[in-house]
Structure formats: structure tokens, C-alpha cells
Design a protein around this ligand. Structure first.
Ligand code: AMP
Ligand code: GLY
Length: 435
């Protein structure tokens, strides 16, 4: 008999988790709360929302779940891990104290500053007038961040003072993000290229996944409003072995030691959003979970079993950290409902996923889908994550887009340039010799 696993969440990341976890010979039963129609191929979906902490606790206790894996940040910040731990259950995901690394930008920046970890210089404000005064003396562009969770919308990179003040008013006076806007961080804008770096940790040791990069803006060439992420690829060529060594030495080692000194043992997934400038990494943000859609290409590349690492993080002791990674690159193209991240139509039948998955190296992960009258329809903003692996990045991209072309529903939208930046960098590196 294998173990039972409960996956909390219902997006593309959770489909990728279910797909990977269900392959593990250690696992006999997978549940997902709430899951989605794609997850349902690998797991029994339970109609409990990811933020229904008490419902999740009762379910996990009644089934005596051996391992709970939490996809999104909100239940972690609300203390799901603490609740389940009190019942003697294992959870891969930090407790409430650790989840502040994502749940409070003020907490996170204060820790970085205290332990000398490279990040943008910043100031914290809890009074609107003082924040405005400081903002008007700051060099442009200037970055304004709501302290708390704001579903990825709590950050403005303001090119003008008008823009900065309008956002500051939204956050602190109009409270568009509620209590998340009680405090703000105002910080310098860092130049460079972004990348994501995700590790498994028991609070002491850490085991990194390969680098990755997402595409946050809705439009091609990084235009238009921010989204949850319109695509991702791994590896990110900007993260060279030299950069990687610095990320370990200058960021993760001092951070985990610092958190321990603060009495926090972080058990779970720690995701650093980095800005890399001429080989020097600096921290933009931390997330306390896998990225969505970064998890999709990463899990396609992960050849070894994911479950032993999740278990070791949950137990707080990484002892055997073998991880086999496919050297080939992978890409995820997100297909979304037209209109996202604004309003969009739902309930349109989706065709062609089966055909798309006949393409070599392609897996289609569900994010915002639902079953209506026996038909698969779009139900959320991000609908599918069409993910492909290939011998070269170019081939992975071509495969993903060939698969995208086979999938149809009325109003589907996707970016056409996922991975292009990495391709350009690779070509520049190739023509520039070994530099
Ligand atoms: P965050 O949620 O903190 O990652 O911010 C969202 C996005 O805003 C990041 O992915 C960056 O593109 C941008 N950003 C945040 N902070 C900065 C900064 N200090 N300098 C430049 N860009 C930033
Ligand atoms: N794709 C960015 C995130 O998961 O936060």
C-alpha cells in the first residue's frame, strides 16, 4: 500500500502536480481540492475550495491523509499548515510564519535587509501623506508595492509621479486590495532581466529545480496589463552556472540561516523572483509555492520522482536529494479566455486537446476548465497550459504552438512569443562565441 496525497488548489500548477504525483510508485491515492477536469484524470476531486481551511482540515483528518501539498499561497498565509500539523498531519508548505515571505512584502524586505541579501533599496510607509511625500522625491521609475497578498496585482512600476500617486491612492486610500494596503513598500526600480529560481527546502538544506522564466504581461513583447503568467520556459539562459552559484551563496544560504535565527524553519517550496544584471542576482520577490505556469515546464523536465522530495520537505529533513533533470528545454504556452485579465465569457466548448496531445512531447494541463452538460468548457481566465519538451528550445516552442493550433474554443487568446527572448539570447550567445 502506498501513501495518500491531498493536493490543494485547482489550477494548471495543481494539474501538473497531480500528473507528476500520480506517477510515483510511492503513492496509491491522490485527492485534489477542488481540482479541475484535467486533475480528475489522476485524482479524486473533492468539492472544497482551497481557502476552506476548516473543510480541508476535516477532510484530511477523516481520510488520514499522509501528505498534503499546497499549490496556492493564500491557504499557506492563512495557516493551513499550522492547522494540519496540529492534527499530526504532514504538509509540504510553510507554516504561517514562513508564509509571510510571500504574504508580507514588509516582512520579506526587512528580512532581506537584516541578513544582507541583495534586493532593491526600499522604505516602508503606513501613512499616505508620508508615502506620497517620499514618492515625489524618488528617482523615476519608482516601484510601489502593497504589503499583503493582492493576487499578483499589488505592484506598480511607475514611470511618472502621477502614475505612482494614483496607485498609492488606490492601495492606501481606496483600499482596492483591502487590508493588504495598510502598509506599502516604495522601492527603486532594478534594471536587468527577470528569472525564477525555485528550491525545495527543509529550512536548512535546499535542493534547486532548474531556472525558469515566466511571461507576466498579457500581450506579445511584454505589453499590456499583468496577468498570473501567460507562459514559461525552463531553463532561463540568463541564469548561467555563475549566476546560479551566486544565487545559492548570496540569497538562499543567508536567507535560510536568517529565517532560522528568527525562529522560522521553512519547510516547502521557496521561489525567488530575481532580477539579473550583468551576472549579479537581486531579489524582486519571494513566493512560498511553485510558480504557475513555471511548474508545468519544470515538471516535464523532472525525470525523478517528485514525492520523496515533497515528503522530506514536509518532515523537515532532506536526507536524499537525488533529482534527475531532463537536459532538454521545456515551454508552456497559456491559452486564456479572450478579455482576461479583464472580464471574459465562460462556458464555450473546448475542442482538440486529444489531437494536441498526439504531438510528440506535449502535455496539456487544465487551469480554468469545467464540465458542463458532459462537455469541457472554459471557466477561468487562464484555461489551458500547453506544455512541450524538445531537443532544442526552438523545437519545444514549435511543438507547443503546433499543439496550440489544434485546440479551439470561441474567444481563445494566447501570446505568440513565449520563449522568444531566450531564443534570441541563445542565438546571441552562439554567435558571440563562448563568452
Ligand atoms: P512582484 O510581485 O514583487 O514580483 O512584482 C511584480 C513584477 O513587477 C515583477 O515581476 C517585476 O516585473 C516588477 N518589479 C517588481 N519590483 C521591481 C523592482 N524593484 N524593479 C523592477 N521591476 C520590479
Ligand atoms: N508565475 C508567477 C507566479 O506563480 O507567481
Amino acid at each position: 500500500m502506498g501513501i495518500s496525497v491531498l493536493i490543494v488548489g485547482g489550477g494548471g500548477r495543481e494539474h501538473a502536480l497531480a500528473w507528476k504525483i500520480a506517477k510515483s510508485p510511492l503513492v496509491s491515492t491522490v485527492y485534489a481540492a477542488p481540482g479541475n477536469p484535467g486533475v480528475a484524470r489522476y485524482a479524486e476531486c473533492v468539492p472544497l475550495a482551497a481557502d476552506d481551511l476548516d473543510g480541508l482540515r476535516k477532510f484530511a483528518v477523516s481520510k488520514r491523509i499522509d501528505l498534503t501539498v499546497v499549490g496556492p499561497e493564500a491557504p499557506l498565509a492563512a495557516g493551513l499548515t499550522d492547522l494540519l500539523a496540529k492534527e499530526g498531519l504532514l504538509v509540504c508548505g510553510p507554516d504561517r510564519a514562513g508564509a509571510q515571505m510571500e504574504g508580507s512584502k514588509v516582512f520579506m524586505k526587512t528580512i532581506l535587509e537584516k541578513y544582507g541579501i541583495p534586493t532593491a533599496s526600499f522604505k516602508v510607509f503606513d501613512e499616505y501623506d508620508e508615502a506620497e511625500q517620499y514618492l515625489l522625491t524618488h528617482r523615476l521609475p519608482v516601484v510601489v508595492k502593497a504589503d499583503g497578498l493582492a493576487a499578483g496585482k499589488g505592484v506598480a512600476v511607475a514611470q511618472t509621479y502621477e502614475e505612482g500617486i494614483a496607485f498609492l491612492k488606490d492601495v492606501m486610500e481606496r483600499r482596492v486590495f483591502g487590508a493588504a494596503g495598510e502598509r506599502v513598500v516604495i522601492e527603486e526600480c532594478l534594471p536587468g532581466e527577470e528569472a525564477s529560481y525555485i528550491v525545495f527546502t527543509d529550512g536548512d538544506k535546499f535542493v534547486p529545480l532548474p531556472s525558469s522564466q515566466d511571461h507576466k504581461r498579457i500581450g506579445d513583447n511584454d505589453t499590456g496589463p499583468n496577468t498570473g503568467g501567460m507562459g514559461a520556459y525552463s531553463p532561463a539562459p540568463v541564469v548561467t552556472p555563475g549566476v546560479e552559484a551566486r544565487v545559492h551563496r548570496e540569497i538562499f544560504e543567508p536567507l535560510l540561516a536568517g529565517l532560522r535565527a528568527e525562529g522560522i524553519r521553512f519547510r516547502g517550496i521557496l521561489y525567488a523572483g530575481l532580477m539579473i544584471e550583468r551576472g549579479a542576482p537581486r531579489v524582486l520577490e519571494f513566493n512560498v509555492r511553485f510558480g504557475d505556469p513555471e511548474a508545468q515546464p519544470l515538471f516535464l523536465r523532472l525525470k525523478s520522482d517528485l514525492v520523496p522530495l515533497l515528503l522530506q520537505c514536509a518532515r523537515g529533513k532532506i536526507t536524499d536529494a537525488k533529482m534527475e533533470i531532463d537536459p532538454r528545454p521545456a515551454v508552456c504556452v497559456v491559452m486564456s479566455s479572450g478579455g482576461y485579465p479583464g472580464s471574459y465569457g465562460k462556458g464555450r466548448p473546448i475542442e482538440g486537446i486529444g489531437e494536441a496531445e498526439k504531438e510528440d512531447g506535449v502535455v496539456v494541463f487544465h487551469a480554468g476548465t469545467a464540465m458542463e452538460d458532459g462537455r469541457l468548457v472554459n471557466h477561468g481566465g487562464r484555461v489551458l497550459g500547453v506544455t512541450a519538451i524538445g531537443d532544442t528550445l526552438k523545437e519545444a516552442i514549435a511543438r507547443a504552438y503546433r499543439a496550440v493550433d489544434k485546440i479551439h474554443w470561441e474567444g481563445a487568446y494566447w501570446r505568440t512569443d513565449i520563449g522568444r527572448k531566450a531564443l534570441a539570447r541563445r542565438q546571441a550567445d552562439d554567435s558571440g562565441g563562448n563568452g
